[in-house]
Design a binder for this molecule. Structure first.
Ligand code: GLN
Length: 560
């Protein structure tokens, strides 16, 4: 059976939650028993998201097979509880790159290779490949950007061509924004009408319009959209702002969106119904999710006293929660998942490490936190402050969890202050340090020398063998694990003995490459640094084991 394809496009403006809407449509279809796949298309020339600034573009989400992709793939993984791969993502750059590559290989057999049809054809073949590989009943394709802009036109063209080829197997959802101007006080549908018309000029008629707004859309406005955008009233789906993103599927389900999608696909063939068979049972999943959302909402209630303060220490050039929470979305979600499971509401705060460089006395303010995290990062800004914060967490026995850079900096702190290796550093920060406890691997040296920066870090899942009895060993249940990486620098084994002597435990190694992947400190309630990014693997109903232990320890510590 061929997959059916649902394209999700954005109307009016970006940033209205197209990714969450796509994930939620996938989720409700799954809950109805269907197999779902999801693809994100980014209209950038960048071949992948690895070279984009996370503060501007949001987090770089790393897949199991090592693609540096958009944060929406993280949303898909968290909502759909399935792993994403390279075939779940494409950019304009990646599409052009493969067309040019094929042209160079004479794969077009002497034809003149043109933007149309060859680029949309490449897009289609990639979409169909994902549908085939996953054997999905429904493949969702989220087209980045907004209808009407120049950048994503070729992707809309691909979508139109797919519909033409297979009218019964392709559907369109437009996620549109309905403003409520303060002065007017009522919801306006005109921008959405224009967006639908613009989509029409690309040869596409939306089957559903998801009405994103501050408030639920009322009947008169539904009617307006129906008339002007040429769809049925019942196919206008209300999507007001809500407390938690995880409630969106429930909101869609209340309006029977999955049922409506399925019915539309089934009805298509000659007007007669053709059943789409369900491979999996979904009923208990709906219930589980409902209970989960109910719990989050109860915990978020201001009357709930069970909160845990978590501080994330980093360099923060951009202020405003929005930017930061977008660049660390997986870390934040992983903290939430673990805290919720423990019956606590997390209170996450951003701490600018540079303040400790200027005024170390401020470090004592860190005692307010149940636990501290230093997340991934690059470059030297704010690093000394982060190292000071890690030292404080070590001495004051505040639970500490270092993610990638946070692990490397914990190694530096231990080297300097416990092993007395004065000036120990990572060669990323100080190329001439006497004690390069973190250094660049030989293959990475070659990449840098040849200016091969794109997609060349140590990326994706690598196995890690755990030390029995260590904090990590116990958390994971003493088995070999697979965790995702994104870095160029590594623990320098030359210093392993020295560091072990002063109480550092090497709790996880990659045998094949002889690499240290996890370090821990003894005599501390929770001091764990991991060279990988565990946050990518946390799911709402199955929090990551290390985050779970960290949060438990943070709850116990309390903070004040
Ligand atoms: N900058 C460090 C490296 O490249 C850590 C990277 C990270 O935290 N993702 O090794």
């Amino acid at each position: 059976m061929m997959s059916r394809y649902i394209f999700i496009v954005g109307g009016v403006m970006s940033g209205v939650g197209k990714g969450i809407a796509s994930s939620s449509i996938g989720k409700i279809l799954q809950d109805h028993g269907y197999k779902v796949a999801a693809i994100k298309i980014d209209p950038y020339i960048n071949v992948d998201a690895g070279t984009m600034n996370p503060v501007e573009h949001g987090e770089v989400f790393v897949t199991e097979d090592g693609l540096e992709s958009d944060q929406d793939l993280g949303n898909y993984e968290r909502f759909l509880d399935i792993d994403m791969y390279r075939f779940n993502y494409m950019t304009t750059g990646a599409v052009y790159e493969s067309v040019i590559h094929k042209e160079r290989n004479l794969e077009y057999g002497g034809k003149c290779v043109e933007v149309v049809p060859h680029i949309p054809e490449e897009v289609i073949s990639r979409i169909e490949l994902a549908g085939r590989k996953t054997k999905a009943d429904f493949t969702l394709i989220e087209i980045g950007g907004t209808v009407g802009e120049y950048q994503n036109m070729l992707f809309l063209e691909a979508a139109r061509m797919m519909k033409l080829k297979n009218p019964a197997g392709v559907m369109f959802v437009m996620v549109s924004y309905l403003p409520i101007p303060d002065k007017v006080g009522e919801m306006k549908t005109k921008p959405t009408q224009y967006a639908a018309r613009t989509l029409n000029t690309a040869g596409i008629q939306p089957d559903f319009i998801i009405a994103r707004s501050r408030k639920p859309i009322d009947e008169p406005r539904k009617k307006k959209i129906a008339v002007f955008c040429n769809i049925k009233e019942e196919d206008v789906i209300s999507a007001p702002d809500i407390e938690t993103i995880y409630e969106v599927p429930i909101n869609f389900e209340k309006q029977e969106l999955a049922g409506k999608i399925i019915k539309k696909f089934e009805k298509f063939k000659n007007g007669s119904r053709q059943k789409i068979k369900k491979p999996v049972k979904g009923k208990d999943r709906i219930l589980k999710w409902k209970n989960f959302v109910g719990k989050i909402k109860r915990l978020a209630d201001p009357s709930n006293k069970k909160t845990v303060n978590i501080g994330i220490v980093g360099k923060y050039f951009a202020t405003g929660k929005f930017v930061l929470s977008d660049s660390y979305i997986s870390v934040i979600e992983a903290i939430k998942h673990a805290a919720w499971e423990s019956g606590y509401s997390p209170n996450i705060e951003w701490i600018d490490s540079e303040q400790y460089e200027k005024d170390p006395k401020k470090l004592k303010e860190l005692k307010r936190y149940g636990g501290l995290i230093v997340p991934g990062g690059f470059g030297s800004r704010g690093v000394e402050g982060k190292i000071k914060a890690i030292g404080f967490a070590r001495k004051e026995k505040i639970p500490y969890f270092g993610l990638c850079y946070g692990m490397q900096l914990a190694v530096i702190e231990t080297a300097r202050n416990l092993a007395r290796l004065k000036g120990a550093n990572s060669t990323e920060i100080d190329a001439n340090t006497e004690y390069p406890v973190i250094h660049i691997s030989e293959d990475q040296k070659i990449n840098i020398k040849n200016q091969r920066y794109g997609g060349s870090m140590r990326l994706g899942a690598y196995p890690c063998e755990l030390k029995k009895g260590s904090i990590s060993g116990k958390a994971y249940g003493d088995k070999t694990i697979l965790e995702r990486h994104r870095h160029r620098y590594e623990f320098n084994n030359e210093f392993r003995d020295k560091l072990e002597k002063v109480g550092m435990t090497v709790a996880g190694v990659n045998r094949e490459r002889d690499l240290v992947e996890i370090v821990e400190l003894k005599d501390h309630p929770f001091f764990v640094g991991v060279q990988f990014h565990p946050e990518f693997k946390s799911r709402p109903l199955s929090p990551h084991p290390l985050f779970r232990e960290f949060i438990k320890s943070a709850i116990k510590n309390g903070g004040n």
